[in-house]
Write a new protein. Sequence first.
Length: 854
Amino acid sequence: MKDAAPETAPETFYLKDYTPFGFEVQSVELTFRLAPKATRVLSRIHFAPKPGAANPEFFLHGEQLTLISAAVDGAPVTPTLTEGGLTCDVPDRPFVWEAEVEIDPQGNTALEGLYMSNGMYCTQCEAEGFRKITYYPDRPDVMSTFRVRIEGDEPVKLSNGNPTASGAGWAEWHDPWPKPAYLFALVAGDLVNHPDSFTTMSGKEVELNIWVRPGDEGKCAFGMEALKKSMKWDEDVYGREYDLDIFNIVAVDDFNMGAMENKGLNIFNSSCVLASPETSTDANFERIEAIIAHEYFHNWTGNRITCRDWFQLCLKEGLTVFRDAQFTADMRSAPVKRISDVIDLRARQFPEDGGPLAHPVRPEQFQEINNFYTATIYEKGAEVIGMLKRLVGDEDYAKAVTLYFDRHDGQACTIEDWLKVFEDATGRDLSQFKRWYSQAGTPHLKVSEDYTDGTYTLTFEQSTPPTPGQPDKDPRVIPIAVGLLGPNGDEVCATRVLEMTEAKQSFTFDGLAAKPVPSVLREFSAPVILERDTSNAERAFLLAHDTDPFNRWEAGNALAREARVAMVLEGAAPDADYLDALQKLLRDDSQDPAFRALVLSPPSQSDIAQTLFERGHAPDPQKIFDAAETFAQTLAQQLADSLPRLYADTTVSGAYSPDAISCGKRDLNGRILSLLTRLDGGQQAARQYEDADNMTQQYAALACLLKAEKGDAQSQAFFDQWKGDRLVMDKWFALQIASAAPETAASVARDLTQHDLFTLKNPNRFRAVMGALAGHHAGFHHASGAGYRLLAENLIALDKLNPQTTARMCAAFQTWKRYDADRQALIRTELERIAGTEGLSRDTTEMVTRILDA
Ligand code: 0A1
Ligand code: ZN
């Protein structure tokens, strides 16, 4: 799968070049002799040439390995070492490959392969990390059973599957389920467990453990409950049962991503599993529940059925995100989950789809696969499954998915396999639908309407802007959920899913007594950008009357956006009707507090910048910031009389609980406190800070105080209280920047990079500081260019240690073409500086090159 490009250019891999590996791997035995700087890995692997494959090349991936010895059927061999692995002459019949290699876990700062985190050994093998552990065909379509022996003094030694034997200084594990190497895991260290058990639907008892560093054992209970709920839900909703005697989760402080679904041994970034009321916010609790579910659900969608190659990544990720969203909707509030997911999609995926990094849900080429763990693969991948379900209906969705599990259990599959089960189960032709997988870019959907003699017609036109490598797009199948409201606000036509297949298409509704108000794209039934000429009066009408909670929120969101745009472009005052609508909703106790909090949360400043850009204006980040401030200040003043009562009414008393209702109430309460702080100089926030017995309220109060520049004492107190807790300190670091004024954000961030507790070696800490800087829209894009400069300097420094996290963070620059020529020039300078750095990693090179090519 290699390009014939010049030697210096990074290789490009293509989907069209897929060829199967020439050998079966019948079994794998690994022995690890652990030592921080010189771990020995002994492998013993049974290979057999595949029938029909004439003299296939025996190539094993391997990187950063020192080969000590190799043998075939017990006889020493001298393989030919290449940059990415080795080749060797092997017999034309089944044989045993043995190798011993040495690796350096302590020197592994890239956190890929076997590495050390706080004295503990752990692994990360997805996507291509196993090749840093031993020589192996490190590709997801090579599946085998694994036996693992770990030798070392660490009290706890874990691997995949079931434990088989252990003694002083050693432990052995066997995973009976064939798996690709990316699901391999090993953990060894001084760990303590939070144990529990789960009885599966067929009555099997499964031992459950969450393993943590001593001192963290009090932060496991919530994760354990989430795990048991996930196991039960997957049985109830998808009929999927767990398949080993034991399920282990380990919390690791240094981790590039959120978590990893290794078979039977999930490894988690500690921020995604450790939870306690004192140290975690409501948002943390919700995220932990979702990620535990996500990793657990991978056991069937990812592990039992895996991907044939990395181009198919969305096969496991899109589906698993879709499943975890269903789970969260069932556990909490479905509308709130949907609204939150759409906010997230628009904040992270739409900019990706509309910029230089745009790629199809199933990409057809890559240089570094680690750069493709994107919002497009994950979140748009999940949207595509949601559309499929909407098109075929719930029953046929269930039939098709059951067929998928029956037909493909134990296999490494493709998107074609996935779509075929839907075709076979429903008789539908999905060839046009497949364009959602092959075409990048977010479709724009223009809507126009006509009402004549009781017949209402909606006409839709779809078009997708060009994306890198794809100038022209064909029309896609778009499920458009529509309902109609009568002039008095009653629903006159319940939700109907219109199936759009043409570039331009009309749909009619007959027998209407009056011109209706349409509620289009209910539940956000497709990931598109809706364009419709409408009035604020109609938006306010939908905000008040729509039966679809998503579209009610959407109407409020559109009002907010229009109000901001008018403030920025025309210097208008905050829109009076919108302010009025907001006040009504805020005071309406019959509405779910979480919903009210969502309506109250304004579109992000980056979102407003995107809207301005789409309307032909270069956004001015400072003006957008000022408009947000003015709007909030005006709202606070108008609500002045009712804020204290609203604050009191939404204050949650009693013992802390992270349930959906309490979280929603605290969210609303926090937003009210921030308005109140604008009026009372921080008195209420200071009281809340003193009284808080949980992190949600402590953090919310501190955020308000810092924003009002009244929080120095509390910030110091917070630091003193929590300096020993890495995860809470991440919050402290991020908050210093998030609450800074635009002109000081970069210098605050620069000072923090000099702080004793700042380190490039911990991805969470790096993200806390650099992520907060990139997330401070007006600060990052300040005209001085100081934000750009600081981020670039830190990316260059981090790249030497951790290419993966560096490359991901480069995406902060992906929207650069939105801004004016001066800012673009400043960003270009920084991107070129990064690109010109000697020895820059392949990961970061690919990202900056793609961004610069915009
Ligand atoms: N598969 C994991 C996420 C993950 C992906 C890549 C990683 O290293 C490159 C690590 C984790 C998930 O979806 O949760
Ligand atoms: Zn996943």
